[in-house]
Design a protein around this ligand. Structure first.
Ligand code: GRF
Length: 203
């Protein structure tokens, strides 16, 4: 399974992917790492392992769609089977999303469809939720709105804060992502139409 990873920051999900590959828990190869931030830790992680890594500067392009076109031209060059958005903090334009439909996933720190967008831990606390977690979903034109492939769930305790929830969700999202990538590699997920997903063993 050839993976391209898009990340803007810390890169702990990329680290989890690289660890799983190195420890033989995931049969995949990271063929490219891409970032819109020059100092993203994800780029450093890739450089350390001689994985092709590219920073693409959004300010070098006239608008969002020009940036997305340039970014995805580079992504496509490395011929990934699957594109993983792991903390890529930009909204993608519909054209590139559609061109990669069914081949691009995102990990989001909430139990979708609850709490789309930013500050999901704050949103969960403000809503008085008793449960929270992380979701892996297919990327569609609707922000955090594509079909959910899998979720990991945690309980919210009465003394939880945004920070404590963020830490606990992060601990479950890494194994969740690896489990999804393994299932993808085994052919469990297929994307049939924008909002239609079936999950079965494809031989
Ligand atoms: C994670 O919380 C992920 O769910 C969200 O962005 C964060 C990325 O973390 N989409 P990292 O950069 O992988 O450490």
């Amino acid at each position: 399974l050839r993976l391209a990873v898009l990340a803007s920051g810390r890169g702990s999900n990329l680290q989890a992917i690289l660890d799983a590959i190195e420890q033989d828990r995931l049969h995949a190869q990271v063929v490219g790492v891409f970032s819109d931030k020059p100092n993203a830790n994800a780029l450093r992680l890739a450089h350390e392992r001689a994985i092709p890594a590219q920073y693409v500067d959004p300010l070098a392009y006239a608008d969002r769609s020009a940036f997305d076109t340039a970014l995805f031209a580079r992504v496509d060059e490395c011929e990934p089977d699957l594109i993983v958005c792991a903390g890529f903090m930009r909204i993608l334009s519909p054209a590139v999303v559609e061109a990669h439909a069914g081949r691009m996933i995102n990990i989001h720190p909430s139990l979708l469809p609850r709490h789309k967008g930013l500050r999901t831990h704050r949103q969960a606390l403000a809503s008085g939720d008793s449960e929270h977690g992380a979701s892996v979903h297919l990327v569609t034109a609707e922000l955090d709105g594509g079909p959910v492939l899998a979720q990991a769930r945690i309980c919210i305790d009465s003394d939880d804060t945004e920070e404590s929830l963020a830490a606990r969700v992060l601990r479950v999202e890494h194994p969740l992502l690896i489990a999804c990538l393994n299932e993808w590699q085994r052919g469990y997920f297929r994307y049939a139409a924008p909002q239609l997903l079936y999950r079965e063993r494809v031989l």
